[in-house]
Design a protein around this ligand. Structure first.
Ligand SMILES: [Fe+2]
Ligand SMILES: [Fe+2]
Length: 138
């Protein structure tokens, strides 16, 4: 997604996506470390290649937002599994992700809604691009 935005010269959007990608890697590593700590087995499998083409910036954030919702559902499923297995430590570990997904959905949706308002207004798009370019890298 960052590469797509770079191809449109929307460098603020690209910056936002790069920061997001790093954050997501951090989330994956929390699972990695947790499995090791619990003497589980870490098995990394091939993942599907990501898309590289979208119809518009709005379309990218539609995909982003829908993906976050899918991730939320997956996390809720493992929360239910941990509960039914009476794995209390994992239930507590997962609470952070339940909270985090509230933020993840909200931030993707906020940008999507702004893009919907902007529509085909390039000057407004450039204002949003410079706003997203200021995202701190936490
Ligand atoms: Fe986040
Ligand atoms: Fe996310």
């Amino acid at each position: 997604m960052a590469a797509y935005f770079e191809s449109l010269n929307l460098r603020g959007f690209a910056h936002w996506m790069r920061i997001q990608a790093k954050e997501e890697m951090g989330h994956a590593m929390k699972f990695f470390e947790y499995l090791i700590e619990r003497q589980g087995k870490v098995v990394l499998e091939a993942i599907e290649a990501p898309s590289f083409k979208w119809k518009s910036p709005t379309n990218v954030f539609e995909d982003s937002y829908n993906h976050e919702r899918k991730i939320t559902e997956s996390i809720h499923k493992i929360v239910e599994l941990a509960g039914s297995e009476k794995d209390h430590a994992t239930t507590i570990f997962l609470q952070w992700f339940v909270q985090e997904q509230v933020e993840e959905e909200a931030s993707a949706n906020e940008i999507l809604q702004k893009l919907n308002i902007i529509g085909n207004e390039p000057s407004a798009l450039f204002v949003l691009d410079s706003e997203l370019g200021k995202r701190p890298s936490k």
